[in-house]
Design a protein around this ligand. Structure first.
Ligand SMILES: [Zn+2]
Length: 429
């Protein structure tokens, strides 16, 4: 940091130890120019009520728990894998047996402590806030408790549960120094990683609470270690200690009220959900998608096609439709031209007074209008077309039908000089 200019935002913040008010002293041009997670946090600080600590003693390189004690933080995370349901069930059974064995041994030992945690996150519409619950075991004795998690995601609340359970353990045992192993059982791998991650994230404050207990404890003795066990999600092979905490979390109802805390991840998810919902609503309006947009439908069974829903637009995993055309620019162009009817077809030429302005299809007897539906379901120019044309010819297409049609008929909705034309024998128009 000492190499940064005096006016650099990071240096100014560090000089004043996490004082977010620093932003007020920055020249407006600098605050607009500077792009970083810090700036992002400040811009949206009103949306959250959980503090973050960009500069803390546990986050310096070399000071992090995993830097200092890499062999004493152990992850027991088993992926449930198998070629079929039977193999996966067997894998779950083996995993459960291992968890039970570890739990039986560690919960009875006076050298071990066990934290079993779970979270419950009700729907926002219920007016209830998240609940973090835990059981703490030591020398075959156990205690349990819970706390309100505010408005948070499930990973946030699970991380909170781990941190709170550790704090509870400190009060439960005579001396934490006498404990050699702390076993944590949770069903969230994200929470496992977040719980000892001191960098900026949604529940960083919980991680710092954890680290303020774990770090001095590990410094005391080379035998001290923490083991995180992941409890796989399975109904058939229940891990009873975790199920008991799950029941505690889900049966506890806490009203949101006006003072529930809000985490960063929750606010981000809520904003994303709102935007997605708004986008989906916009997609139903012809003013937004265009009057001739053919909103593809999705159906597992063809007989349901008439009532098949349109999949909402999405920005995730390559989008709702773009991911299916891969990286092919010609296929992408074909798809967009087809679905919007902005393609070299009679309907488009006639509508926009382009070229000969003739709407009639030159390939079919009688010259029917060369519309999207004609090209997809009836036109003789293309050798293959979707089945059941007579039933569905007035509806927007099934996405599978449209995709297969464009793949089979590379010249459909394509210009003469497109690469697809040079690959085809029939170039008669
Ligand atoms: Zn035709």
């Amino acid at each position: 940091m000492h190499t940064l200019a005096d006016t650099h935002i990071t240096r100014r913040v560090a000089a004043d130890e996490n004082q977010t008010d620093n932003i007020a002293y920055l020249p407006s041009k600098l605050s607009k120019k500077a792009k970083s997670p810090l700036i992002d946090m400040w811009c949206h600080e009103k949306l959250v009520s959980v503090d973050v600590f960009p500069f803390n003693e546990f986050n310096a390189p070399g000071n992090r728990l995993l830097d200092r004690f890499p062999d004493r933080v152990i992850y027991d995370i088993t992926l449930i894998e198998g070629k079929n349901a039977k193999e996966r069930a067997k894998a779950r059974e083996v995993c459960l047996a291992s968890l039970n064995e570890t739990f039986d041994y560690s919960s009875k030992s006076d050298k071990c402590a066990v934290l079993v945690t779970d979270a419950s996150v009700p729907l926002l519409s219920t007016g209830k806030q998240a609940v973090a619950a835990w059981h703490v075991w030591h020398s075959d004795q156990f205690t349990s408790s819970f706390c309100a998690g505010g408005l948070a995601t499930s990973d946030d609340t699970e991380t909170l549960a781990i941190a709170e359970a550790l704090g509870y353990l400190v009060g439960f045992v005579d001396s934490l120094s006498d404990i050699e192993e702390i076993h944590v059982f949770t069903d969230s791998t994200n929470a496992i990683h977040h719980s000892i991650d001191p960098s900026i994230h949604s529940v960083q404050s919980s991680a710092i609470t954890m680290l303020s207990v774990l770090t001095p404890w590990m410094e005391e003795n080379d035998n001290h270690r923490i083991i995180f066990h992941h409890v796989p999600d399975c109904e058939d092979y229940m891990f009873k200690p975790h199920r008991a905490v799950h029941n505690l979390a889900t049966s506890t109802k806490i009203e949101c009220g006006l003072s529930a805390s809000r985490t960063i991840a929750f606010s981000r998810k809520q904003i994303t959900d709102d935007v997605m919902s708004d986008w989906a609503n916009q997609f139903r309006l012809s003013q937004y998608v265009g009057q001739h947009f053919m909103y593809p439908r999705w159906s597992v069974r063809r007989c349901n096609h008439a009532g098949a829903p349109c999949k909402p637009p999405s920005h995730l995993n390559g989008g709702t439709w773009l991911k299916d055309v891969g990286h092919s620019s010609s296929l992408t162009a074909q798809m967009v031209r087809g679905l919007t009817s902005h393609a070299p077809i009679g309907h488009y030429r006639h509508r926009f007074n382009i070229g000969d302005k003739i709407e009639a299809c030159p390939h079919c007897e009688g010259g029917p209008p060369e519309t999207f539906h004609h090209v997809l379901y009836r036109c003789l120019k293309h050798p293959t077309r979707p089945p059941d044309a007579s039933r569905f010819s007035e509806l927007s297409p099934l996405w599978d039908d449209f995709g297969k049609f464009t793949m089979d008929n590379l010249t459909a909705f394509a210009f003469k000089d497109s690469p697809a034309y040079s690959q085809t024998v029939d170039d008669s128009i």
